[in-house]
Design a protein around this ligand. Structure first.
Ligand code: KMH
Ligand code: ZN
Length: 291
């Protein structure tokens, strides 16, 4: 095979030796602070976590915030304050969650973009989510995507199942390319109700992504470590954090997000694909520096 002929597949599987983009998802909307004391829920805790994770090798932070009672919120003033605080204290790419919690309304989820983040998550379809349903119907997806394009917020396409990959192809075909000009996806694996978190599923999912797309993967719960190694082996990038797992190893709770990032960065180095800096990540994803 010529290098030319291999080009498109290579874009999906990563170039040999390419550095690894590590995203940290430190909080999420599902864990209770009372059950997981190490979860960062205040702005101070989030900023401290962000600095530690930057030091450990993260380039992107995927942000959910909590209210004064440590409950998930999409309060716009709080989100805006959070974006500013993270920008002031780190050079991480600030990616706000538009998924929120399963109870959040579509209008509140759309309004997240008004907080002025660098980037946002954009889930490409509805999925069973444990005993709940994470709703992302086509009309909401298209409205959210059009708003990212209008505001220049770079989306990361969250793919929980194979149907989401089909919806991503349709989204790009009907509405055109994203802000930043580059398609980056995150395979969210191992959610009860979504695709399983294992190497065979990961390889199949990657082969179905749009040509030229880059991708990261995250494994929920006990799938976090196998998915991490499968993603590195398949040339992908990584998302880790306490949104996705609160257990470092069997019977050993996570003590903080930084140790998850450290483990990811160590594995990436062993795979000869060390963690990339936020500046390199901005280049890869087409995210301008708003600081
Ligand atoms: N909390 C989940 C219901 C996202 O951040 O965009 C949705 C989620 C996805 O976490
Ligand atoms: Zn999230």
């Amino acid at each position: 095979m010529t290098a030319q002929a291999g080009g498109k597949a290579e874009a999906r599987t990563g170039k040999p030796g390419q550095a690894t983009l590590i995203t940290v998802a430190p909080t999420g909307a599902e864990s209770e602070k009372s059950a997981v004391p190490a979860l960062p829920v205040t702005l101070d805790e989030l900023v401290t976590t962000a600095k530690e994770c930057r030091e450990a090798g993260a380039a992107v932070i995927h942000v959910h915030i909590r209210d004064a009672a440590a409950k998930p919120t999409l309060d716009l003033a709080r989100l805006t304050e959070t974006v500013h605080a993270l920008r002031e204290s780190t050079d991480l790419i600030v990616q706000l969650s538009t998924g929120g919690a399963v109870t959040d309304s579509f209008s509140h989820r759309l309004a997240v973009l008004d907080a002025g983040p660098d980037a946002c998550s954009l889930t490409c379809g509805t999925v069973n989510f444990g005993n709940d349903v994470f709703m992302n119907p086509w009309g909401f997806m298209t409205e959210l995507y059009a708003k990212t394009q209008a505001l220049g917020v770079v989306p990361e396409f969250e793919l929980f199942d194979f149907g989401h990959i089909a919806a991503l192809h349709r989204l790009l075909a009907e509405l055109g390319g994203p802000a930043g000009g580059h398609v980056h996806c995150d395979l969210v694996m191992g959610v009860p109700g979504g695709m399983p978190g294992n190497a065979a599923t990961l390889v199949q999912a990657v082969s179905a992504l749009p040509a030229g797309a880059t991708w990261s993967a995250t494994g929920i719960g006990r799938t976090s470590v196998p998915v991490l190694f499968a993603a590195l082996a398949a040339g992908g990038h990584l998302r880790v954090g306490m949104e996705d797992t609160v257990t470092f190893a069997r019977g050993r709770p996570v003590t903080g997000n930084a140790e998850l990032v450290e483990r990811a960065a160590e594995a990436a180095s062993l795979a000869q694909r060390p963690a990339m800096s936020p500046a390199e990540a901005r280049e890869l994803l087409g995210v301008p520096d708003h600081r």
